[in-house]
Design a protein around this ligand. Structure first.
Ligand code: ADP
Ligand code: TZD
Length: 597
């Protein structure tokens, strides 16, 4: 946009008559909040917006499309926000989602909170009502104090009140989302702001292109020396890679560090594939043994939260759940506050993973590093190979109807030769078993329920991954998990995305054979309609759908779905008696915990 002189609304006759007297009135070109907001996003390389329309987002979405943005419209805000969140994770640039006010905002907030909890950078922009009415609680259309409602669940929550501040407001939101520990940011955009006008040239000057949005955070040299000292003293060290390491996109240096030190490594679920799961140093299939027996653990972008039993207790070789493991810990994390959150960290490395790992490599080049004793690496390899052989036996056992392992075995064989495929995964048994069975060989290809173990990310993540990458996506879903975002199959069809949804259908949550103990007509709380035809849902919108009963049928349908690049849904009939309550986290159920005592 540039400032131009514009003639006032005068017809030509008047102009001609007036030409000897007054010069044309000079009026600087005006612009409005809609345009300035989109210009601010464009200046910061935003190309795609995920959202759901309604006042005032409809006009914004239309204009965005007209201005060359890709606007992906969803059927529920949570899925739009999940798509933006995973786009942020995959690209290291904040994903952008737009929602309408109050209910639209609240529908999106769960996913925004989930993005924050998982450290994914994104910005949710919601339209909001008149401040004056909200602040006096006078009952506006879709009234809610969104700015404050968002605060506890996000990394930052901002409102822009004046058109002149849009540039700096967007810049602030971007920097908050991607700098330091990434997270979800809420940006409140009152409808009134979008309608405000200002001079176009001044608006252009107010736009901020954020310089170095996610600055490197270089660890102090003494912290590097301390960490190497702790690692060198270890007899049985192990490295744990988390999704922060995958996010960092420092793949080559991480691999060089693991290989140069010779330390066996484990990978958290979304870090699988950072090094190929069949790497000779992979201890993934010997996880329990490695965590128990290690005398030193180096965490790279992984938190010692519930997924790692808080770094203490029997999983780590402790006596009871409160017992600190007698191990040393080295931790790389961009958030210094993360250190000592659950157990004392002997060598904290507060820095970004790229800078920190390269500093460690440089220090090793100077001082050398002796690989761990063969007794330790050999013991891990032996345990791993035994576990893999044991699993191979389970996988090869045929079962009719299929159980989880039979179906996963078929999927594993198809996916083995297709490293480019993204695998989205949620459910209970479907999640926990697929994580162990399906190997990953490329970084950032496995996207799942993450830190909260949340259901509902499936279609949002699948759409976000497909839109961001153009690569094929397989979304492996429990039948319950699918239900949370299932309506987005229409979105998948509408944009003709290369997504194959695979539903492990065992007629219920965890399994489908529970009965109502009273003998009454209502089904048990965990049970769904039996023999449901989820494939017909995809067909309803013009996609491909099929129901499969055997591993051979599943293999063929999966291979076909991926190679077709078309929206596909495979309804996999799984034995309704297969499945464990809560998958592998049964021990967290209060009843089973009480029984153990
Ligand atoms: P996982 O669930 O795989 O164990 P978490 O989500 O618990 O992983 O942990 C990821 C950690 O990575 C977070 O503590 C976050 O602060 C950290 N992190 C994210 N990005 C970076 C980065 N670029 N450099 C260093 N640490 C990072
Ligand atoms: N609601 C939300 C938002 N997240 C959750 N994690 C749950 C409820 C509880 N929950 C789980 O933890 S797994 C699960 C639920 C409802 C579904 C398990 O059933 P499924 O998978 O059909 O998806 P399996 O493979 O049959 O176990």
């Amino acid at each position: 946009m540039s400032s131009v002189l514009k003639k006032t609304e005068t017809d030509e006759t008047t102009l001609l008559a007036a030409q000897d007297q007054e010069p044309m009135e000079a009026v600087a070109e005006q612009t409005d909040g809609f345009h300035v907001l989109l210009d601010a996003l464009k200046a910061n390389d935003v190309e795609t917006i995920y959202g759901l329309v309604g006042i005032p987002i409809t006009d914004l979405a239309r204009l965005a499309q007209a201005e060359g943005f890709r606007f992906i419209g969803f059927r529920h805000e949570a899925n739009a926000v999940n798509a933006a969140a995973i786009a942020g994770y995959l690209t290291k640039k904040p994903g952008i989602a737009m929602t309408v006010s109050a209910p639209g905002f609240l529908n999106g907030l769960v996913a925004l909170a989930n993005a924050t909890v998982n450290c994914f950078p994104m910005i949710m922009i919601s339209g909001s009502s008149e401040r004056e009415i909200v602040d006096l609680a006078q009952g506006d259309y879709e009234e809610l104090d969104q700015l404050n409602a968002a605060k506890p669940y996000v990394k930052a929550s901002y409102r822009i009140n004046h058109i002149e501040d849009i540039g700096i407001g967007v810049a602030r939101a971007i920097r908050a989302a991607v700098s330091g520990r990434p997270g979800g940011v809420y940006l409140d955009v009152p409808a009134k702001l979008l309608g405000q006008a200002m001079e176009a040239a001044a608006a252009q000057r107010s736009i901020v292109k954020v310089v170095d949005p996610s600055p490197a955070q270089i660890p102090a040299p003494d912290a590097i020396a301390r960490a190497l000292d702790v690692l060198k003293k270890a007899k049985r060290p192990v490295i744990m890679l988390g999704k922060g390491a995958a996010y960092a996109q420092a793949d080559a240096d991480i691999r060089a560090f693991v290989e140069r030190t010779g330390i066996p490594y484990l990978a958290m679920s979304m870090a699988k594939g950072l090094l190929p799961d069949n790497h000779p140093q992979a201890a993934i299939a010997a996880r329990s043994y490695a965590l128990k027996e290690a005398d030193c653990v180096m965490l790279i972008g992984a938190r010692l939260n519930w997924l790692l039993s808080h770094g203490k207790g029997p999983t780590w070789g402790g006596k009871d759940h409160k017992d600190w493991a007698q191990k040393t810990f080295v931790q790389i994390d961009i958030s210094a506050q993360e250190m000592d959150s659950n157990v004392p960290i002997d060598a904290p490395l507060a820095g970004d993973i790229g800078s920190t790992v390269s500093a460690l490599l440089a220090a090793i080049d100077q001082t050398g590093f002796d690989k761990p004793d063969a007794a330790w690496t050999g013991a891990i390899a032996e345990k791993r190979d035994a576990n893999i052989a044991k699993m191979a036996k389970t996988l090869s056992a045929k079962s009719a109807p299929m159980n989880f392992m039979t179906a996963l075995s078929a999927m594993r064989d198809v996916l083995k030769d297709k490293p480019e495929v993204y695998l989205v995964n949620e459910g209970a048994n479907t999640l926990d078993l697929a994580r162990s069975v399906i190997d990953m060989s490329v970084p950032r290809k496995r996207l799942d329920s993450g830190t909260w173990g949340v259901m509902g990310i499936g279609m949002g993540y699948a759409i976000g991954a497909a839109v961001t990458s153009g690569q094929p996506v397989v979304a492996l879903e429990g039948d319950s998990a699918f239900g949370f975002s299932g309506m987005e199959v229409e979105t998948i069809c509408r944009y003709n995305l290369p997504v194959t949804v695979v539903i492990f259908n065992n007629n219920g949550v965890y399994k489908g054979c529970d009965v109502n103990p009273t003998g009454g007509a209502d089904p048990a709380p965990t049970v769904f309609v039996k023999g449901a035809r989820y494939d017909m849902l995809m067909q309803a919108f013009g996609g491909e759908g099929s129901t499969v009963n055997t591993p051979e049928e599943l293999s063929a349908a999966l291979a076909q779905g991926i190679s077709s690049g078309r929206p596909t849904l495979i309804n996999v009939v799984i034995d309704e008696k297969a499945g464990t309550e809560s998958g592998r986290i049964t021990h967290l159920n209060p009843q089973s915990a009480a029984k153990k005592k």
